[in-house]
Write a protein that binds this ligand. Structure first.
Ligand code: ARG
Ligand code: ZN
Length: 863
């Protein structure tokens, strides 16, 4: 529980410009743990060395710790005091000393899952960003790097496995059924990369031989019973290690690489040096319990955390404002890896969909911030889609501007120059400039300016010479009223729609100015423009095109991403028009979907992505004032029309046998995905036999992809089959937490009119718990993403989410704060909804003893 007395009335704002180098360095740390679920004794011995010229006391951060003793160079020391929760040790004019502090912590009471906590009978840690200070007094800033020696002792029966970073040096038996282990990590690291795990775990072991021939012992540690579900993660790990050698020349640097899966985890996973700790969700997968999307999630996150070993660990961040230095780059690296493992165009479509669903709204709302923020109150609130996903787009743009060879020169220079250092975003850009021989002065604005740039496009003609006129604007965001134009790569092509005449092949233009003219070449008639191909820049393109031109591009563009975009734009235009009562483009949409089904029949994964209607939220993003009910109505109507018009095609797709669930090739995954889309369209058409058909697919499914798709389709309706399938699913998987999450999730996603009440009811279900972040996200995260339900006109959805935030905050402020952004979008809605949303934010803020996390998000959301 949050101790109200330790919560400052007004959270302090930390500014990037206030950075000062540390006054003390700590080359070595020895930690000694006597482990217990309710009481763990920690002795931290820090060998400190003065870095500042003038004597300064040693400032050690603490959070919820009480020092039981302080020693300096082995002798009891009394020259210390507590300032708030921090420990100040006065070392006089010493240049160096060994400072030892003892403290006792209670992992079982640690419900915020930061620091050392108990999960499912095991002990584990999460230290990024500022959790280490909940384990030991320490500067706990990423520019203080140390070599760690960790001794841990505990009851052998309770904790048969003892793991920490690096290599195991020694182990042995102690008194009274205890045992101990001594681990040493030779690589200096910041405190946020420290990790410790103790528990009853089983291991999937494997080996990897690095490019220079060193053998690495790999281990994935899970609870007994889960071992069979670790094979995909292990394969992903080995593929990642190989890929990083081949593509970036990065080799692993320890004798062991361990991954531990825990079921209670605030985020996806954590890249602790040599000992990654994962949410079980991103490790465990088998065909019976995991969907193809889950498999892809495991592969992507395993890769992400592994890649951090270089982009994050060997080169770390100077301060937390630089978070995108490691996260943006590492997301770019995991995206490239997944693209190489499967279909690159489909991966790009998925990544752009995530960017538009999560990052564009953030960039357009009250919590907008640059990928390198200028200030924060609680750093946990800045693990955002902006820092991660827009950060990755910024790296991708540099890679595009430089081309693969020069980009590799840039990254080689970056790793060589900053190995072992705590670096800045500026260091990265400079390495790109020097390695890639390019001037990125203007490009740096991507690190400074928030907001999604908008490109307004118009075609111009001089005789038969055609031009594209691009006008760039960057919208104002909180604290940034005036924006300067950004430098960005814009890939484009132009086609003569009648097939005659000239075409402008794929071209890379570099935008730098507010207004810029790009020559397209000679065309006898207005060309079809293929623009921002591959989504070369993370921008909104504002370009009006007739349905016929979009349909032509959807069929003929030679860039698959651009074909997808053209069809999406066609659908979007049709839906936005329909919401404002104007019927247009429906026939063109149906025609283009039909064309895509036959024209790209050999690439079902692409077809499935391309024929999917834009999400309700994305439709709302195109409108001045979001009308959730009209969007739901019109989207369902278009879905029904496509479902009915192409009924034969959807039935034909479903009539073919599904590939076996054990077949995880991209082709098999694509076929299953398309079957799910076909079923959804057919269901939307309202044909009477669909519930029976969906139930048959549900019952006969040999794997979770088909089973979940059928269940989700049924969950929208009110057939008897719905209730029956939900019941079967629950009975079958009630003991598997990750699958039970899906049961909560599909109901929270439902398009039924009673979803708000259903979610409230599910929150009272015996299997619902606030203690597990995955369960909270499965129910409330899914619900907040269900636009029409969450924005129900009477405000019941808002009240439900605010109730959750209030109930969860004392227990887990980090996860509670992540639920606030949906309420912060109030400016986008009508006045009645605005008032209801603001009232809930105010009700949250009025709670006594509110955490810094929730206070920051809620108060900024009201501005
Ligand atoms: N560095 C981790 C990752 O992206 C994220 C950890 C963030 N955790 C937190 N509690 N803020 O892979
Ligand atoms: Zn990361």
């Amino acid at each position: 529980m949050t101790d109200a007395s330790s919560t400052p009335a007004l959270p302090v704002t930390i500014h990037r410009g206030d950075y000062r180098p540390p006054e003390w360095q700590i080359p070595d740390i020895a930690l000694d743990f006597e482990l217990g679920i309710e009481a763990t004794r920690v002795t931290a011995a820090l060998s400190v060395v003065r870095a500042a010229a003038a004597p300064a006391p040693l400032l050690l951060r603490g959070d919820g710790l009480t020092p039981s003793a302080v020693r300096v160079d082995g002798a009891v020391w009394n020259d210390w005091r507590l300032e708030g929760s921090d420990l100040i040790v006065d070392l006089g004019d010493r240049q160096a000393a060994t400072v030892e502090v003892d403290a006792v912590i209670d992992p079982s009471a640690n419900t915020q899952l930061m620091g050392l906590y108990a999960s499912n009978g095991m002990l584990c840690t999460q230290c990024e960003a500022e959790g280490f200070r909940r384990i030991a007094f320490h500067p706990d800033r990423p520019d203080v790097l140390s070599r760690y020696r960790v001794r841990m002792a505990g009851d052998k029966a309770a904790f048969p496995i003892l793991l920490s970073n690096g290599n195991i040096i020694e182990s042995g038996e102690g008194e009274g059924g205890t045992h101990w282990a001594l681990w040493e990590d030779p690589w200096p690291k910041p405190s946020y990369l420290f990790a410790l795990v103790a528990g009853d775990l089983v291991v999937n072991r494997d080996r990897f031989t690095t490019m220079s021939g060193r053998a690495v012992e790999l281990g994935i540690w899970v609870r007994a019973g889960d071992l069979d579900r670790t094979h995909h993660a292990m394969t992903a790990l080995k593929h990642s290690m190989k890929w990083d050698e081949e593509v970036y020349g990065r080799e692993y640097d320890l004798d062991r690489f361990n991954i531990v899966a825990v079921s209670d985890f605030n985020m996806g996973a954590m890249e602790n040096k040599g000992l990654n700790i994962f949410n079980t969700r991103y490790i465990l997968a088998d065909p019976d319990t995991a969907t193809d999307a889950d498999y892809d999630g495991v592969e992507g996150v395993v890769a992400h955390e592994y890649f951090h070993n270089w982009s994050g660990n060997r080169v770390t961040c100077r301060d937390w404002f630089q978070l995108s230095l490691k996260e943006g780059f590492t997301v770019y690296r995991d995206q490239s890896f997944s693209a190489a493992m499967g279909s690159a165009p489909v991966k790009r479509i998925e990544d752009v969909r995530v960017l538009r669903a999560a990052q564009f709204p953030e960039d357009a709302g009250p919590l907008a911030h640059p990928i390198r923020p200028d200030s924060y109150q609680e750093i946990s609130n800045f693990y955002t889609a902006t820092v991660y996903n827009k950060g990755a787009e910024v790296i991708r743009m540099m890679a595009t501007l430089l081309g693969p060879e020069r980009f590799r020169k840039g990254t080689d220079l970056y790793f060589a120059r900053h190995d072992g250092e705590a670096a800045t975003c500026e260091d990265f850009v400079r390495a790109m400039e020097e390695g890639g021989d390019i001037d990125l002065s203007q490009f740096r604005r991507w690190y400074e300016q928030a907001g999604t740039p908008k490109l307004h496009l118009a075609l111009a003609q001089e005789g038969e010479d055609w031009f594209l006129d691009v006008t760039q604007t960057v919208p104002p965001t909180p604290g940034q009223d005036d924006k300067a134009p950004m430098m960005m790569p814009l890939r484009l092509a132009a086609f003569a729609m009648d097939g005659s005449g000239a075409a402008l092949p794929d071209t890379l233009a570099t935008l730098t100015d507010v207004v810029q003219r790009i020559p397209l070449g000679r065309f006898t008639a207005r060309p079809a423009l293929s623009v921002n191909r591959g989504f070369s820049a993370p921008v909104i393109v504002d370009y009006e095109r007739a349905p016929g031109e979009l349909a032509w591009l959807a069929a003929h563009d030679d860039d698959p991403f651009a074909r997808y975009e053209a069809l999406q734009q066609l659908m979007l235009d049709t839906l936005v028009a329909a919401v404002s009562g104007e019927a247009k483009g429906r026939e063109a949409v149906i025609g283009a979907v039909a064309q895509t089904l036959t024209g790209a029949a050999d690439d079902p994964a692409f077809v499935a992505e391309a024929v999917l209607l834009p999400s309700e939220a994305f439709i709302g993003d195109q409108m001045v004032t979001v009308d959730p009910d009209a969007i739901r109505r019109e989207r369902l109507a278009l879905q029904a029309a496509i479902g009915a018009a192409l009924e034969r095609e959807w039935r034909a797709i479903l009539a073919q046998a599904a590939p076996p669930a054990t077949d995880l090739t991209p082709a098999a995954k694509g076929r299953r995905r398309l079957r799910g889309v076909a079923l959804a369209y057919l269901a939307a058409s309202g044909k009477g036999d669909v519930p029976g058909l969906a139930f048959a697919i549900f019952s006969n499914a040999d794997g979770m992809t088909e089973r979940q798709a059928a269940l989700a389709t049924l969950a929208h309706g009110d057939s008897d089959e719905r209730a029956h399938a939900l019941d079967i699913f629950y009975q079958r998987y009630r003991d598997n937490p990750l699958v039970l999450d899906k049961w909560f999730q599909v109901q929270a996603w439902s398009q039924r009119a009673d979803t708000v009440a259903a979610v409230a009811e599910l929150a009272r279900h015996a299997d619902f718990t606030l203690a597990n972040p995955n369960r909270v996200r499965a129910l409330y995260g899914a619900f907040a993403g269900n636009q029409a339900a969450f924005h129900q006109a009477d405000g019941a959805g808002y009240r439900l989410l605010a109730d959750l935030v209030i109930a969860l905050d004392p227990r887990n402020p980090q996860t509670a704060a992540r639920m606030i952004p949906p309420l912060g979008r109030w400016k986008r809605f009508d006045e009645a909804r605005q008032a209801l949303m603001k009232a809930e934010l105010e009700r949250i803020l009025a709670q006594p003893g509110l955490s810094r996390d929730v206070t920051e998000q809620a108060s900024k959301s009201l501005m």
